[in-house]
Design a protein around this ligand. Structure first.
Ligand code: ADP
Ligand code: MG
Length: 730
């Protein structure tokens, strides 16, 4: 690539006009879910009996029979063909982080030499993609490559382009989950079961607990032309080199600032398409870093919310290209400015109301509120290391522990009102508390939860797990991660905590204690037990790292070692007891995560080495030759004294260029060698550790010198778009 190309592409990027968006004639309420086979469409396209059966399946988890499946498939086909569909695919979430699909045409032989459009219940319910092409962590034996995808009727079918998309789980021939959806659904069942039982202490008519997820998705946009001439962005999703722009986010002028026109057009297009797919987009704004933005929908039931997040990520990428952008979902595309994450807003509600909202109207409501808060904290406390493992990846590792949200320690922020309440509860005595259950309104010793708690604006941005009024906000999730990974762990842990809680309360009740007194007694014990997880201070401070270690929290900083938490005794016990994962599944998943970690850094190291040798060293050399030529000519033109004065700067620069290029070349060799040594390791865990300890640090070390070269080499020669060129969309 020539540097001329860089100038040309930068010029084009700055001159681009927004793309006109075809706006629907209708209002969002009218085109919402236009491409979704939801209950409304089912009602229209299915026979009444089939519709009723499907409602049972969706709402009450009744098993789908083949007759119903056939009838549903028929109606679905009619609807899809009216929208111009010719193909159908099972859509699933393998352990690669993205989604997968395999398209089949609706066509079948008609037995008379022609074709008919056909789509049967069998095709709707089950497909057999080759499991060996997806990560399986050794679960699949080589002679049995089959995997099954099976329809998840709780997430509605939708249409994209000419294809009918069917959300499915993906399992191996031997029944182990090879995806995120199957275990997510199991964890949701576990929470439902455990939380319903506990909720019934307070409200006997509760029959179901639903887990809600409202994700906030951060992302970067970069001009497509600039992206195309950055091999690192193209191959890894992040810039492996590039000096800070003189101006980046220090003026704090991007956050909530006005949205650039080209971006606004993109967002509008994206939102229309998302709404048509039934994703309830609500919020959009600029984020802290230049070129960084956020999109958030209204929260939904977790399984659906996860599907919608997967869908929005692929939609964002597609729509971005139409507008001449690339959408970067990497957690840290640019050094020196904020990275991207997802905030997973998590809450529980019942078929009759909500569980995490306080204060309640009655003392009973208040006790319910405190119970569910405290048991969530018990879960986060007991499994803080595992929760961290659930959000770590080679890419999110750039955010965790760096001085931006979140720190590499899981703790929970509760805010002043809730903290005070828990403290008072813990220290007051039984008799007083008995009044809590007996009276309208709450007595002094169990203080009225102030109104303020409702909109708890006391936002501590450094906390990875913050209570925000009616929900917890898990902020450490990576921007490109599948939300399910962390939701599986959180839900299973909460289910375990609630189950243990109920067991202890029931023992007290069996011994004659009043139910609410028993609840209160156990809650009070648990407030003490989970205290170490509660931290409202500055999560970025050095003191906190020390303090957290003293409190027994997981302070591990190395990504591959964090993953060990999946196989700790407490994790395996929990997952098996709650019927979410078997040990074999956990072992397979951990191995996949280790392998993925390695591969990510391996690719980065390769492309980085290539760029150093193909882009950086030659350009530095060319500039150096130019300077040497200068020195030579100055010597010939001027007297010795005059020449040495004139050449002072040239010689200084020549020396700097040599120092940096020497360092780079020498260390690129070391990088290659470190990779070679790591690659020889058979064990995936050992390999990931080697990549973390020996390969990744070299990338950073070398980068420092590349970035220094960027500062001194003639701008006309520099082949890569610079941060200042990529980061400011006009
Ligand atoms: P902020 O950026 O201030 O945290 P946003 O409005 O961007 O707030 O995002 C809030 C997210 O939390 C939205 O996705 C919203 O739907 C979700 N949310 C709100 N209430 C709940 C709740 N009870 N349970 C789960 N998610 C919720
Ligand atoms: Mg938020």
């Amino acid at each position: 690539m020539s540097s001329k190309l860089r100038f040309q592409v930068v010029g084009e990027a700055f001159g681009k006009k927004p793309i006109e968006v075809d706006e629907p004639k209708e209002r969002p309420s009218e085109y919402f879910a236009k491409y979704v086979f939801n209950k409304q469409k089912m009602f229209k396209y299915l026979p009444a009996k089939t519709y009723a059966k499907m409602c049972e399946v969706i709402d009450n988890g009744v098993t789908l029979d083949m007759d119903t499946a056939n009838a549903v498939a028929e109606g679905m086909k009619k609807w899809a063909m009216e929208l111009g569909c010719t193909h159908v695919t099972h859509w699933f979430q393998p352990l690669t982080e993205g989604t997968a699909e395999k398209h089949d045409g609706f066509v079948e032989h008609d037995g008379k030499g022609g074709m008919v459009e056909e789509f049967t219940g069998k095709q709707l319910v089950q497909q057999e993609p080759d499991a060996s092409s997806f990560p399986n962590g050794g679960i699949r034996s080589t002679f049995e490559a089959r995997g099954y995808s099976a329809w998840d009727p709780s997430s509605p079918v939708f249409v994209i382009g000419d294809t009918l998309m069917i959300p499915t789980v993906f399992i191996s021939y031997t029944g182990e989950a090879l995806d995120y959806k199957a275990p997510l659904k199991k964890s949701l069942l576990a929470v439902d079961k455990a939380a319903t039982a506990v909720a019934q202490y307070f409200y006997p008519d509760v029959t179901r607990v639903i887990c809600n997820l409202g994700w906030e998705q951060e992302y970067f946009l970069v001009d497509e032309g600039l992206y195309a001439i950055r091999p690192d962005l193209l191959m890894t999703g992040r810039t492996l080199m590039g000096h800070d722009s003189a101006r980046n986010q220090q003026m704090d002028d991007h956050y909530f600032g006005s949205i650039p026109e080209r971006v606004a057009a993109f967002m509008k297009d994206l939102e229309i398409q998302a709404l048509e797919l039934g994703i309830p987009c609500k919020t959009r704004h600029n984020e802290v870093a230049p070129n960084q933005f956020e999109l958030a929908p209204i929260f939904e039931e977790t399984n659906l919310a996860v599907d919608h997040n997967m869908l929005i990520m692929s939609l964002m990428k597609r729509v971005a290209r139409k507008h001449g952008f690339r959408c970067l979902l990497h957690e840290k595309p640019f050094a020196g400015i904020n990275g991207s994450g997802k905030h997973n807003n998590w809450s529980l509600s019942t078929n009759t109301g909500v569980l995490l909202h306080g204060p309640g109207k009655t003392p009973l409501d208040n006790l319910r509120f405190v119970t569910f808060i405290v048991e969530t904290l018990m879960a986060v406390h007991r499994h803080n290391g595992l929760l961290k493992a659930s959000i770590i990846s080679a890419t999110n590792a750039h955010r965790l522990g760096a001085n931006e949200a979140p720190p590499a320690i899981i703790s929970s922020f509760l805010g002043k009102q809730l903290s005070d309440l828990l403290e008072k509860l813990e220290s007051s005595d039984d008799d007083d508390l008995f009044n809590l259950a007996g009276k309208q309104g709450v007595k002094l010793d169990v203080p009225q939860i102030p109104e303020l708690l409702i909109d708890n604006t006391d936002r501590n941005r450094t906390s990875p797990f913050a209570f925000t009024g009616n929900r917890f906000e898990f902020r450490a999730v990576g921007s490109q991660a599948n939300c399910a990974a962390s939701m599986i762990v959180l839900n299973t842990a909460v289910a375990e905590a609630l189950t243990a809680f109920k067991t202890r309360v029931d023992v007290l009740i069996a011994n004659g204690m009043d139910t609410l007194k028993a609840v209160l007694k156990v809650v009070r014990e648990d407030i003490k037990t989970c205290k170490p997880i509660h931290f409202d201070g500055n999560g970025y401070s050095e003191e906190w790292k020390h303090e957290a270690a003293c409190r027994g929290l997981d302070v591990e900083n190395s990504a591959p070692l964090m993953l060990d938490n999946y196989l700790s005794q407490s994790s395996v016990e929990m997952f098996e007891k709650m019927h979410v994962f078997t040990r074999a599944e956990l072992e397979a998943r951990t191995e996949i995560k280790q392998e993925t970690y390695t591969k990510k850094i391996q690719i980065e190291a390769r492309i980085f080495g290539d760029m150093c040798m193909n882009h950086i060293i030659p350009v530095a050399g060319r500039y150096q030759a130019y300077l040497i030529n200068n020195v030579y000519k100055v010597n010939q033109t001027f007297s010795k004294e005059e020449a040495s004065a004139i050449n002072l700067n040239n010689l200084g620069l020549i020396k700097q260029l040599s120092e940096h290029t020497n360092f780079i070349m020498e260390h690129v060799d070391k990088l290659v060698e470190a990779r070679r040594v790591a690659n020889r390791l058979e064990d995936e865990r050992a390999k990931a550790i080697a990549y973390h300890d020996t390969v990744a640090p070299l990338l950073e070390e070398i980068r420092y010198h590349v970035d220094k070269l960027e500062l001194i080499v003639d701008d006309e020669l520099w082949p890569l778009p610079k941060y200042r060129e990529m980061l400011f969309i006009r």
